[in-house]
Write a protein that binds this ligand. Structure first.
Ligand SMILES: NC(=O)c1ccc[n+]([C@@H]2O[C@H](COP(=O)([O-])OP(=O)(O)OC[C@H]3O[C@@H](n4cnc5c(N)ncnc54)[C@H](OP(=O)(O)O)[C@@H]3O)[C@@H](O)[C@H]2O)c1
Length: 305
């Protein structure tokens, strides 16, 4: 009989995410154990404590889930955990801070699908603007979009320096070039004039782009909004929209379509579920970050096209 699957869920915050606990149990994990207030320096010892306590044949039925609200810290924790392991004591690791890796991956995959439906080669060569880019979802969405070939600008509403550090960090880690802008000094209209894809990743319940703002977006092909809490993050984009023409009254480019938070959330949910299942079913230890989430999101979004 195989050992129960135990998922050790760590976070630097005061609580692990109830969303992630529910997702893990619904994916068939037998037991979730939360560890809060965890620092990167503790991850090596925690990983080894989890891996040495199990017979090597059951090591793959042990997992570490890394949460929090800081993508760089989660990626550092993932690195530390991987380096702490050696055969035959290898356990699985999955980083998804605030759901950002699975959410951003789903968002970019659904946008790519809409662009392909319009006859374009995904994001390749397109001007992609990420609003709310200082957030954990926005930063990773920008990184994945750049890896997918987009010319990405991280846009903040509170000064360009707020996103510069993130652009430099991702450039150093992954060799991507991310431009930076802020709406106060650049002006939304000037930015949107050249936008071909908008990824709206603003705080829940905040409209980051109004219908009036979109009047300037004459080159726009897709506007995706990740905010599911009314009012919409992009005015005129419904939460269920998946390639629905933007209201022409907005003045946005004709042929521009909107993608809403629940259309993205549906793919995000499946991606997270799939990766949690793969932790348990492969028979060997796995390590997942946003790139694995993106691979899964492309497959899942592709099946629905
Ligand atoms: N649909 C799904 O499956 C799903 C899953 C997870 C998360 N989400 C949603 O994804 C979004 C991003 O999550 P998050 O955790 O990264 O959000 P967050 O940290 O709460 O906020 C993201 C960014 O929104 C911008 N912002 C905040 N207040 C603003 C204001 N008054 N006006 C304009 N911009 C403002 C800020 O960026 P700047 O300073 O750079 O402008 C902030 O960093 C949220 O709406 C969340 O609910 C959706």
């Amino acid at each position: 009989m195989s050992a129960p699957y135990v998922l050790h869920m760590i976070t630097p915050l005061a609580n692990v995410s109830p969303f992630d606990v529910n997702m893990a149990m619904d994916a068939g994990i037998d037991m979730v154990v939360p560890y809060t207030g965890i620092e990167t320096a503790q991850v090596e010892a925690l990983t080894q404590d989890a891996m040495f306590s199990r017979d090597p044949k059951n090591a793959a039925r042990t997992g570490l889930f890394i949460g929090g609200r800081d993508a760089a810290m989660a990626l550092d924790m993932l690195d530390v955990a991987r380096k702490a392991m050696f055969p035959p004591f290898q356990i699985s690791v999955f980083a998804d801070p605030s759901g950002a890796f699975t959410t951003a991956a789903a968002m970019v995959a659904v946008v790519e699908r809409a662009l392909r439906r319009a006859g374009l080669d995904g994001l390749t060569g397109l001007d992609v603007q990420v609003y709310g880019a200082t957030g954990v979802v926005g930063g990773i969405a920008g990184l994945i979009a750049a890896q997918a070939g987009g010319n990405v600008t991280l846009v903040s509403h509170r000064g360009v320096s707020a996103v510069q550090g993130k652009a430099e960090e991702f450039g150093r880690r992954y060799g991507v070039t991310l431009s930076c802008a802020d709406t106060a000094s650049a002006g939304k209209a000037a930015l949107l004039e050249r936008a071909e894809v908008v990824l709206a990743c603003g705080k829940a319940g905040i409209t980051v782009l109004s219908a009036e703002d979109l009047r300037a977006a004459k080159r726009l092909r897709v506007a995706a909004d990740i905010n599911a809490v009314p009012p919409a993050g992009v005015e005129g984009v419904g939460v269920q929209d998946d390639g629905v023409a933007l209201p022409t009254a907005s003045g946005a480019a004709s042929g521009a379509v909107g993608i809403g938070a629940l259309a993205i959330g549906n793919v995000k949910f499946k991606v997270q579920h799939h990766l949690l299942e793969r932790m348990q079913t492969g028979g060997t230890a796995v390590a997942f970050d946003f790139q694995d989430a993106m691979d899964a999101a492309r497959t899942i979004a592709g099946k629905a096209s």
